[in-house]
Ligand binder design. Structure first.
Ligand code: DWN
Ligand code: ZN
Length: 401
């Protein structure tokens, strides 16, 4: 295969096996025609970009029945309010500013610009979540962003002061098209700010469930810097985030236009000492994934032998990788509870574990809950203190021993 960024010849360093669409929760009558592909991560030793080889067509993943709504987490609502306020206070000088967000989902961030009367536009390919954004007063266009859409936006609204994204850039295979679009869209001193799950955190904790169809890339500062340099952008700041189990916020500007924070050189040096630019690191990661799989399957088998009921908590996209890679089905996990109505009453992709409403968990506590939404741990532990105090046990897939 060719690297999606620099066209260098690369090959996958492992396979997670046959995978369905991560957010493809389905009814039993759809089991027969379920779509599968092989999930194989690869690392480019020229531009240092971590990526997956095959990715399903975007229309199979993002459509008018897209199952993930950002508003499902109270913590994330606060996070996006703070993100929006920070962009406004740091980079927007006046009330004439114009901001654009890629993959604006249900408007969770842009509503904080709309609320301040700032001219804004969300570009969101999934019609159902875009509709929800409009209900929150957020101006939204149902499109996949790219160079042509950037031209349309400039013709209609003028150039933007800030282009933002959160948990979106890692979903877009044509990243060079996005960089080109950003160059068209932004004013000379405009900034491109995005955050995504961070490669350093994933390697460190073996949280391989960040890898699934939608996540075509897992970025590092090293890769982001290499991806954007040919398009005339440089990193001017890097801000680590706690969200999604360890994310990074990347701030880019046209080369030479803005002052570069000391964070950039410091974090790039840390990445080099963690070996994020070395192929050997990914061979070790593969061994860690295998150890993590053995650990989890043994843990669940032991629960079953002890006749203990196990349920999953949070039907995350990430859980699709865990369940299919480890081949864990309804024999080991009774059901998965989730607060998202569109997932309830359906089955998990591939392994077909029933997804039930939240109340199925609270009304009949299991002995053990496997926390698939581990990235929301703080919020969930606060809410579920009664489960642990009544003897319930929490487990996660994280750990290799
Ligand atoms: O990158 C992506 C991130 C931002 O969101 C997308 N590709 C898709 C999605 O990934 P995910 O599904 O792994 O995201 P979350 O935020 O880990 O999903 C949490 C799930 O758990 C949701 O379905 C809602 C549910 N939930 C719950 O049932 N009770 C969440 C919380 C906080 C709860 O208390
Ligand atoms: Zn490359």
């Amino acid at each position: 295969m060719k690297c999606r960024v620099c066209q260098h010849e690369i090959s996958p360093f492992m396979t997670f096996g046959r995978m369905p669409i991560a957010n493809g929760f389905l009814t039993a009558d759809k089991f027969d025609g379920e779509y599968f592909f092989e999930l194989k991560p690869a690392f480019c030793d020229r531009c240092f970009t971590f990526q997956i080889e095959d990715q399903p067509e975007p229309e199979l993943m993002f459509h008018d029945q897209y199952a993930f709504f950002s508003r499902t987490s109270a913590f994330m609502q606060r996070h996006f309010q703070a993100y929006g306020n920070w962009v406004r206070e740091t980079f927007l000088d006046d009330s004439e500013s114009f901001v654009v967000e890629l993959g604006s989902n249900d408007g969770i961030m842009l509503e904080h610009f709309a609320g301040h009367g700032i001219s804004h536009l969300g570009v969101e390919p999934s019609a159902n979540v875009a509709e929800e954004a409009r209900r929150h007063g957020v101006n939204t266009m149902v499109e996949f962003f790219g160079p042509q859409i950037a031209q349309h936006i400039v013709a209609e609204y003028g150039q933007a002061d800030a282009l933002m994204a959160a948990n979106v850039m890692c979903h877009i295979p044509d990243i060079n098209g996005i960089a080109q679009g950003a160059s068209t869209l932004l004013k000379p001193r405009g900034v491109f700010i995005f955050e995504d799950p961070y490669l350093g955190a994933m390697i460190d904790k073996t949280t391989y469930d960040q890898i699934y169809d939608e996540h075509v890339f897992i970025f590092s500062a090293l890769s982001v810097s290499n991806i954007f340099a040919p398009h005339g952008f440089e990193l001017i700041d890097l801000l680590p985030q706690e969200t999604h189990g360890g994310s990074m916020r990347y701030v880019l500007a046209r080369t030479g236009q803005r002052q570069v924070s000391a964070n950039v050189a410091r974090i790039i040096a840390e990445e080099k000492s963690a070996g994020l630019d070395q192929s050997g690191t990914y061979d070790r990661f593969r061994a860690d994934c295998e150890a993590s799989k053995t650990r989890l399957v043994n843990l669940l088998r032991a629960e079953k032998e002890a006749h203990r009921r196990v349920v999953g908590y949070g039907a995350t996209s990430k859980s699709t990788t865990i369940l299919n890679y480890c081949q864990i089905g309804p024999d080991l996990i009774e059901f998965i509870s989730d607060t998202t109505p569109i997932k309830q009453g359906k089955y998990s992709p591939g392994m077909h574990i029933p997804v039930k409403p939240y109340e199925a968990f609270t009304e009949n506590y299991p002995d053990t809950a496997l926390l698939f939404a581990w990235n929301h741990k703080t919020e969930i532990m606060e809410k579920e203190s009664r489960f642990a105090s009544s003897g319930g046990k929490w487990i996660t897939h994280i750990g290799t021993e």
